[in-house]
Design a protein around this ligand. Sequence first.
Ligand code: SF4
Length: 403
Amino acid sequence: METIIKLEEIATHMHLEPAEEVSPRPLLDEATHIAPCGQVLPKGDTIGKKPSLGIHNAVVGSKTVPMIKTMLTTACERNCFYCPFRAGRNYRRTTLKPEEMAQTVSDMYRAGVVNGLFLSSGIIGGGVKTQDKLLDTADILRKKHQYRGFLHLKIMPGAEKEQVARAMQLADRLSINLEAPNDKRLEALAPRKEFVAELLRPLQWVEEIRQTERPFNTWNGRWPSSVTQFVVGGTDETDLEILTTTHYLYSQLNLGRTYFSAFSPIRDTPLENRHAEDPLRQNRLYQASFLFRDYGFDLEEMPFTQRGHLPLDEDPKLAWAREHLTHAPIELNRAERRELLRVPGIGPQGAAAILAARRRGVLRELTDLQAIGVRNVRRLSPFVLLGGKRPLINPNPNQLRLL
Ligand code: SF4
């Protein structure tokens, strides 16, 4: 089978895998639908319909790069309950050899079609053997083809520490999907995966190596970032369980990002009759996880309901502020950065702008905030003081007062 046709077949089923943030600007004219995991699908595309090659615009740092998201094989000997690639599911499997994959990606890279590769695989012959094939592909790409593009490489369940270390020399990003927040929940999703030994341990190795070794032998002199993914709503796990593990990953293992993928049932799998998860729950989990990663919030500060879930009708930062800041507003002329970040409507950039503006003068009106780029003044106004007073919303927001 021609390699391009193989890649098209693989792309048809790649919707479960997250790969970087997706740019809202589609790469291909016909690519107009973004799946919950971030995969851009052609117009009208769903599983089993007309596929693209799996190329999408991915946001990597401050750049947007065209990235191909693909697999070495869609065959798998494991049987994860949510997965279209699970063993025994009846559909045509597609496999590429490492040389074939590397050559094809290199050709696309040189033609300017892609500048990034997300490479995963089903497991055949065990995690170690499959990881070797992924490493071979990465090695051929970097060494033989002098590929300098972005490489997001998957670590297979059961991979060995030496393989993880080798992957860290070749990739810009590594991912090991935990899928569930703990071993009990994983048992109900993927009974042949071991939560700690196969999934969590490799993430711990990545951080251990980053902390104890220098990145001399890496392809670009830097250690790769590490990310993971949770399937949300595939079992009866609570947000508290997911965010407990997420908080550990950010605070202890220095993860770049935890992805959340709202469960969606797939035909001919054990979970085909389970209801699809509300995508709003996925969004609330993202908001909470960013509060851990970028805003200094703790797990105990999340507004969990008695059943251990985040409220769906309000974002967690706003819910926290209503409870804690409504009667104790923050004076923006005196607050420290970590306090500024607690105010809804103020993010890292807004906090930096406020701190810089305070060196030039006193912030007295909401229009002063607008003038320095803090736009969402309606959102923050109930929770702040300016010069000791509760600010009033300016009826004419275009009229800015200079500091
Ligand atoms: S190991 Fe990966 S590819 Fe195989 S069934 Fe599980 S999730 Fe799917």
